[in-house]
Design a protein around this ligand. Sequence first.
Ligand code: HXC
Length: 258
Amino acid sequence: MAYENITVETHRHVGLITLNRPKALNALCSALIRELGQALDAFEADDEIGAIVLTGSEKAFAAGADIKEMASKSFIDAYLADFITNGWERITTCRKPVVAAVAGFALGGGCEVAMMCDFILAADNAKFGQPEITIGTIPGAGGTQRLVRAVGKAKAMEMVLTGRMIDAVEAERAGLVSRVVPLAELIDEAVKVADKIASLSRPVVLLAKEAVNAAFETPLAQGIRFERRLFHATFATEDQKEGMAAFIEKRSPAFRNR
Ligand code: HXC
């Protein structure tokens, strides 16, 4: 498929989506969000793909929702179109793991899109922020909720009320990103991590992702119960038999996604 605002590649079993609106620092216009959804649909449907990496440019992962497109919307425009539920949350319904590889600015909707991914790898020049308050609005794609769960109330509240950006080191210390890597190594490292995930048992990876996500949406006792059931379910897979047999026989497992 020909895209105008993103590029799409595959690296072995990894689908790489690169946001590509350099003149607007990858501002997330509706056409870009539509294309991102189409690319995710295509990778989800492709049996060869086991994990997805979402990245931007060295200067900007994404500098937010497109302010020029959004500026003149009325309440009725925003409400009737369900701005932004429409399209944006496609990332959160992706069953295959999605790794955000963030370099440069991840601001507003850009930070929110990164947080919709399963985890964030940051380049050492990454900057995260929710600057909406400085342009007279508030985060609208989950920023007030996911940021609090990632970094806690104090830091999230300061960021949302002031628009202060945090750098990669602060983001790692606060738990927003899993790791910081040198800018020049970001894409290789993200693809390597995604490829590792893609090399494992597909059904067991999906179960693991579901279980971790349950921690965000359920009380502890219910989450533990859910985990226990999924853990039990892994024993119904051929891949669990293969993985454990391979360990005992001191060889590499050959997972068949069964
Ligand atoms: C539209 C944007 C944009 C955005 C940058 N650009 N961010 N266009 N929407 N969010 C455009 C600029 O207008 C400019 O275009 C070009 O990209 C380069 O940007 P500069 O500002 O010249 O670059 P620089 O001086 O390096 O500053 C970088 C920056 C700044 C600090 C990231 O661009 C900035 O503050 N951007 C806005 C950040 C923001 O407020 N994001 C939150 C948006 S609200 P021209 O044509 O002038 O060269 C949001 C709400 C989400 O995300 C809620 C859910 C939808």
